[in-house]
Structure formats: C-alpha cells, structure tokens
Design a protein around this ligand. Structure first.
Ligand code: HEM
Ligand code: HEM
Length: 134
C-alpha cells in the first residue's frame, strides 16, 4: 500500500481546522440556497448577506482552515483559538443582523457592527499568529 491509497486520516487535520472546514461548508450551503432563492424570486434584497455568507463564511473560514492544516503549529496557539471563537461568534451575529437590517429592521444595525468587529478582531488574531510564526 502506498501513501496514496492509505485510508484518509481525519486526525491529520488540526481540530481548529476541522471546526473551520465544517463551519465553512454550512455557510457555503446557506449561501448557495440563498443565491438560488434570490435568482428564482428576482428579489435581490439579501444579496449582501449572500455575498458575505460566501466570502467571509465559506471562503475565509475554509482558507484559514487550510492555513491551519498546512501550518499545524499555528493551530496550537492561543491566537488561533481566539480567531476561531471570534470568527464563528461574530459572523452569524453580523449576517443575521444584516439580513434583518436589509429586510427593514433598522434596529438591527448595531448587531451588524458588533458581529463585524468580533469577526475582524478574530481575523486580527489570525493575522498576528501568521506574522509571529512565519
Ligand atoms: C447556486 C449558486 C449561486 C447563485 C444562484 C447565486 C446567485 C446570485 C445572485 C442572484 C446575486 C445578485 C446579483 C445581482 O445583484 O444582480 C449574486 C451576487 C453575488 N454572489 Fe452569488 N450565487 C451563487 C453562488 C455564489 C458563490 C459560490 C459565490 C462566492 C464564492 C457568490 C458570490 C456572490 C457575490 C460576491 C455577489 C455580489 C454580492 C453583492 O453585490 O453584495 N455567489 N449571486
Ligand atoms: C467584517 C468584515 C466585512 C465587512 C464589515 C464588510 C462590509 C461590506 C459593505 C458595507 C459592503 C457594501 C455593501 C453594499 O453596498 O450593499 C461590502 C460589499 C462587499 N464585500 Fe464586504 N465586508 C467584510 C468582509 C468582506 C470579505 C472578507 C470579503 C471577501 C473575501 C468581502 C467582499 C465583498 C464584496 C465582493 C462586496 C460587494 C462589492 C460590490 O458589489 O461592489 N467583504 N462589504
């Protein structure tokens, strides 16, 4: 048996990367379904939610998960843990508040800011971890 037909070992993926990959695919599916609903209904009110479900959800979560997999030492640090917590906490707050705001609930606006700032602090921790380690 070569290394190429050995059974896949999910344990070679750091735990934090698994969280990112699993979360990323949920945002992918939510973004795709919303994209189809928008296209089918001709109502693009939530296109900002759709775009950020994909870009800050699917793309950024998966990309950071890939970085943690390529550089597993990064995933062992406290900065990485803070990144994963804050990114996954802030993003749903931001997107739910954005969906409400775009649907006419003006009171949801501060929620967008809170979620965006939490996600950005999380990604700041990711940035710091990269600069320290590489
Ligand atoms: C089933 C697949 C998809 C459908 C049906 C779909 C549908 C749409 C629709 C209807 C719009 C609004 C277009 C307009 O305003 O004229 C849109 C915008 C957009 N989509 Fe998708 N989309 C899909 C997948 C994706 C994926 C995979 C990504 C990124 C990874 C993506 C990223 C974007 C972005 C960035 C925008 C612009 C958002 C904005 O202007 O705020 N979409 N999409
Ligand atoms: C906390 C993080 C973020 C915040 C607060 C934010 C905020 C915004 C805002 C206010 C807009 C304009 C919306 C509108 O005009 O309707 C926008 C559009 C957009 N953002 Fe973000 N964004 C964030 C992260 C990202 C990331 C990480 C990406 C890509 C990887 C991204 C890609 C886009 C794209 C493609 C558009 C649409 C531009 C267009 O249609 O001209 N954003 N974002």
């Amino acid at each position: 048996m070569t290394q190429f037909d050995a059974p896949f070992q999910p344990t070679c993926v750091p735990g934090l990367a698994r969280v990112q990959f699993r979360a990323a695919t949920l945002y992918l599916m939510a973004g795709l379904v919303l994209g189809i609903v928008m296209a089918a209904s001709g109502n693009f009110t939530l296109k900002g939610v759709h775009g950020h479900l994909h870009l800050l959800g699917w793309v950024t979560l998966a990309l950071t998960g890939a970085v943690y997999t390529v550089v597993p030492d990064l995933a062992k640090g406290r900065l990485a843990r803070w990144h994963v917590i804050l990114h996954n906490l802030g993003l749903p707050i931001m997107l739910i508040a954005l969906a409400a705001y775009l649907s006419g609930v003006a009171a949801a606006e501060p929620g967008i800011a809170v979620g965006a700032v939490l996600s950005t602090i999380g990604l700041g921790a990711f940035t710091l971890a990269i600069w320290r380690a590489l």
